[in-house]
Design a protein around this ligand. Structure first.
Ligand code: TYD
Length: 204
């Protein structure tokens, strides 16, 4: 496809949205058309699904949770991401398949491979050109999140859940070093932004 698909991944509070904004600013200044988007909730239907999966006050069966994220992703890719890539745009996206593999596959212990296959089916096999992993120890992510006030079912999980998520992300990155750029989320935001720009420059 003519466009470039960049995803940002990492635990809650790792600074993905800050880096997404800095990268978008730089790409736009360089004359690129950028679609900034996120999962869950990158479409109108997705906003409804996001509300259910993050803010539902009761239990959601783990497989149902995985399917809601996959449904959000299927609709988002079909109606928003793939068309933008076909138009030759750069898509900068907060979270994608790796989030499901880490949170549902490892966090909820549903199994990474099956979750990955589910998402690949949902997206007809759309894989990012570059995935930036902002790596942060789970305790630090939680300290950063403590400043936020909204309740989120996934963030509310125990430390062991978030430790499994982090370990799964690092394993994914190790398995696909060509696709991943792993950065220490504790570095200053400008240092991280510069490292991302360098890698994106090479792809443009
Ligand atoms: P997000 O809006 O990125 O929250 P934050 O800004 O706190 O990182 O994501 C919402 C939550 O959804 C986050 O806790 C991770 C979770 N999530 C999954 O569990 N699976 C998925 O496939 C995705 C996309 C997100």
């Amino acid at each position: 496809m003519p466009g470039l698909f960049i995803t940002l991944e990492g635990g809650d509070g790792s600074g993905k949205s800050t880096q997404s904004a800095l990268l978008t600013e730089w790409l736009t200044a360089a004359g690129r058309t950028v679609l900034v988007t996120r999962e869950p909730g990158g479409t109108d239907v997705g906003v409804e699904l996001r509300n259910i999966v993050l803010h539902w006050r009761g239990d959601i069966a783990p497989r149902a949770e995985a399917l809601i994220y996959a449904a959000d992703r299927a609709h988002h890719v079909a109606t928003t991401v793939r068309p933008a890539l076909e138009r030759g745009e750069v898509v900068v996206q907060d979270r994608y398949i790796d989030s499901s593999v880490a949170y549902q596959g490892a966090g909820r212990v549903l199994g990474g491979e099956e979750i990955r296959d589910l998402s690949l089916w949902a997206t007809e096999g759309l894989v990012p050109d570059l995935t930036v992993l902002l790596d942060l120890h789970e305790d630090e992510g939680r300290d950063r999140m403590a400043e936020r006030t909204t309740f989120d079912r996934l963030e509310a999980e125990q430390a062991e859940f978030h430790a499994r998520v982090r370990a799964a992300y690092l394993e994914l990155a190790e398995a696909e070093p060509q696709r991943f750029l792993v950065l220490d989320a504790r570095e200053p935001r400008e240092t991280i932004a510069a490292a991302i720009r360098e890698r994106v420059s090479a792809l443009l």
